[in-house]
Design a protein around this ligand. Structure first.
Ligand code: GAR
Length: 216
């Protein structure tokens, strides 16, 4: 089986990047990581990827006149590396419809909430303020609307009485590291069919935790 050439785009820490890289090291994984790119040249994850021997690229959004100039440059880097699939992993820039059009159906994102709840930033603070009992994370295909798009995988975690945004965020992050590799595996093995806003064929193994066991 030919493995899908996959890029990971980050803006910071890169813990989801680490989880994807670790998964892609397993022999039967259908995606190989051929590039790690960041819009922030000083992203800690970029240095780690470079030290681990991955091809890396810093495409600093600040040096471009506008969003689309930045994206055209990023797109060229992706094309140069013959990338087929892109995983946004803590990539904190919004894309224009032009970029999303280039990558539609091949662009995944992870969001730290159970979409469509809590789009945007500060999801853990907002979940605590609302008093919800269940929170979680979502991997979805990217569409022009922010934090929308067909959902590939979700995991739920309980919200505990003594949670802070940090403790809740850490519980969610542990699940992000489970569902993102699982979602990439599905997307890269062409197991998925997108019908409207639904992703079909995304049945996961029981050990890959569509819903975190902690909730039961
Ligand atoms: C993750 O929690 C990810 O879900 C979130 O940023 C964090 C990045 O952490 N992404 C977003 O909020 C996107 N809107 P990481 O760099 O350690 O993977």
């Amino acid at each position: 089986m030919r493995r899908k050439r996959t890029a990971i785009l980050i803006s910071g820490r890169g813990s989801n990047m680490d989880a994807l890289i670790a998964a892609a090291r397993t022999p039967d994984f259908p995606a190989e990581i051929v590039l790690v790119a960041s819009n922030r040249p000083d992203a800690p994850g970029l240095a780690r990827a470079k030290a681990a021997g991955f091809a890396v690229a810093a495409v600093d959004h600040k040096i471009y006149a506008g969003r689309e100039e930045f994206e055209r440059s990023l797109h060229m880097v992706l094309e140069t590396h013959r990338v087929e699939l892109v995983c946004l992993a803590g990539f904190m820039r919004l894309f224009t419809p032009w970029f999303i059009g280039q990558w539609r159906g091949r662009l995944l994102n992870i969001h730290p909430a159970l979409l469509p709840a809590y789009r945007g930033l500060h999801t853990h603070e907002r979940a605590l303020a609302d008093g919800v009992k269940i929170h979680g994370c979502t991997v979805h295909f990217v569409v022009p609307e922010m934090d929308e798009g067909p959902i590939v995988a979700q995991a739920a975690v309980p919200v505990l009485d003594d949670d802070t945004p940090e403790s809740l965020g850490a519980r969610v992050l542990a699940q992000e590291h489970v569902i993102y590799p699982a979602a990439l595996r599905l997307a890269a093995s062409d197991a998925l069919r997108i019908e409207g806003n639904r992703v079909l064929g995304a049945r996961m193994d029981s050990d890959s935790a569509l819903v975190a066991p902690a909730i039961i």
